[in-house]
Design a protein around this ligand. Structure first.
Ligand SMILES: Cc1cc2nc3c(=O)[nH]c(=O)nc-3n(C[C@H](O)[C@H](O)[C@H](O)COP(=O)(O)O)c2cc1C
Length: 160
């Protein structure tokens, strides 16, 4: 057991993202902190996702996702997509990216991705995703950081 793991890991810097998954009729989105660039060329992002999430099923089915960068003004959006609920996407403005993945209008920037492959990572799976397009959205705001979200994700209960 590692003492104070939940506090210590907050020293590792992460941004906060809404990951849009699925295409067509079946889409969803969830908040994620565990996202990072892992290659320049091709441009690859790795997303660590709990395989118990509804979003994981849609990610596997569709093979596409969007990574939407939240700003510090988007706390309520991070909270909303950080919980399971029916019709979570309702009430937000979305547009389909070139892969068909839903892109959130209210974000700083987005990356439109195709899943390249998965890797096992303890209680999560890592989706390694190839970026096929990307663009800036809002021209204002700084990226939100994971350590600004307190215990929004309830993770203090999850360390072994
Ligand atoms: C700040 C924050 C960060 C989170 N980071 C992740 C993450 O990196 N990976 C993950 O699988 N879930 C993460 N979650 C949890 C999911 O967002 C949450 O379980 C969500 O309900 C999953 O959506 P779904 O049930 O609609 O699929 C995070 C939640 C919050 C609030």
């Amino acid at each position: 057991m590692i003492e104070n793991a939940e506090t210590l890991v907050k020293q590792i810097s992460h941004g906060i993202y809404v990951i849009g998954v699925g295409k067509g009729e079946r889409q969803n989105a969830f908040t994620a902190a565990w996202v990072m660039q892992v290659s320049f060329d091709p441009l690859l992002l790795a997303i660590s996702i709990n395989p118990g999430h509804y979003s994981y099923r849609l990610l596997q089915e569709s093979g596409v996702c969007s990574v939407n960068v939240l700003g510090q003004q988007h706390y309520a959006i991070a909270e909303h997509f950080g919980r399971s609920a029916p019709d979570k996407m309702k009430g937000f403005e979305w547009q389909a990216a070139s892969t068909g993945a839903p892109v959130l209008a209210e974000s700083l920037a987005y990356f439109d991705c195709e899943v390249s492959h998965y890797a096992d990572a303890g209680d999560h799976k890592i989706a390694v995703c190839k970026v096929v397009s990307a663009a800036a959205m809002l021209n204002q705001g700084r990226p939100m950081l994971y350590n600004q979200t307190g215990d929004m994700d309830g993770s203090s209960e999850l360390y072994g």
